[in-house]
Design a protein around this ligand. Structure first.
Ligand code: C2E
Ligand code: CA
Ligand code: CA
Ligand code: CA
Length: 273
């Protein structure tokens, strides 16, 4: 603040605007969570090499009363800082369970924040929802991003343990963009690695990307970890990945995020063999 006596603080008009915007989003987000009806979940299909839809990833959207449809990048961070990610995350999970229970989709993939994972009782909440929808654990995968530091505390670990004991699988999202990927692979029992789309985008560019992707695929094979390529946008990328031994693909080439009805219909036409 400019009037703070004796305090050294610089606030430019741009910063004031940023703080105001953030404050406003936070207020509206609280209201949206309290009142409901403003969030929507889209689903992006995930295919195997034979064209079977093996899973779909739940991706949240927020229709702000004034600003229109907002992607997760513009509110998940604020939701994490305020704890609102907990009710939002459980709501997304609930929606995803409805889709899994009412369609033959083999597996539904849901993003979870490290904030959710570090709370005691998170695993039980997830398992209670699965039970309410009569879904076995293996129909759910939880995606944990590597971009934000994962809590290595005991609550996170025991949540992982209880979820995995119930058959829920764990995916390491945005792989190779974080700081401690190999430690996570060693310390947590990971079922799936998702190669970040920044790598897929640079395949064949001769800058070492191909070698890194091959190494990730080798790591997966050696440790019995499934590897999914994210952000597959064209056939050349899919071919290159297939040639390297990658068998699971997600990206605009195969399908954009879509609503539950369309996803269910698409899934019915692409049952994995
Ligand atoms: P993510 O988990 O890496 O999800 C994939 C993102 O890449 C999605 O963006 C998706 O629309 C986009 N995408 C998929 N295929 C392609 C492609 O071929 N090319 C390009 N350029 N982009 C592609 P979206 O929906 O904006 O989500 C952004 C991030 O927000 C997600 O990244 C995820 O980390 C987070 N997120 C989304 N939903 C949730 C949620 O319910 N809970 C939490 N905690 N995070 C969420
Ligand atoms: Ca994800
Ligand atoms: Ca990702
Ligand atoms: Ca495995």
């Amino acid at each position: 603040k400019a009037d703070g006596r004796g305090r050294f603080c610089i606030a430019t008009p741009e910063m004031n605007d940023m703080f105001r915007l953030r404050h406003e989003i936070e207020r509206d987000l609280r209201r949206a969570v309290a009142e409901g009806g403003q969030f929507q979940v889209l689903y992006q299909p995930i295919f195997d090499a034979e064209g079977g839809m093996v899973a779909a990833e739940a991706l949240v959207r927020w229709t702000h009363p004034v600003r229109g449809v907002l992607g997760p990048e513009s509110f998940i961070g604020i939701a994490e800082d305020t704890g609102l990610i907990e009710p939002i995350g459980l709501w997304v999970l609930d929606q995803a369970c409805v889709l899994a229970a009412t369609s033959g989709l083999p597996k539904i993939s849901v993003n979870v924040s490290p904030i959710q994972l570090r709370r005691a009782g998170f695993a039980e909440e997830v398992l209670a929802r699965l039970a309410a929808h009569r879904l076995p654990g293996h129909r759910l995968e939880l995606e944990v991003t590597e971009k934000r530091a994962l809590d290595t505390g005991s609550e996170t670990l025991s949540n992982f343990d209880r979820l995995r004991a119930a058959g829920v699988s764990i995916a390491l999202d945005d792989f190779a963009t974080g700081q401690s990927l190999l430690r996570y692979v060693r310390d947590y029992q990971i079922d799936t690695i998702k190669i970040d789309r920044s790598f897929v985008a640079r395949l064949g560019s001769g800058d070492g990307t191909d070698q890194i992707v091959r190494a990730i695929l080798d790591l997966g094979r050696a440790m019995g970890i499934e590897v999914t390529a994210e952000g597959v946008e064209n056939a050349a990328q899919r071919e290159a990945l297939l040639g390297m031994g990658c068998h699971v693909f997600q990206g605009f080439l195969l399908g954009r995020p879509m609503d539950a009805l369309r996803l269910a219909a698409l899934s019915a036409r692409h049952r994995p063999s």
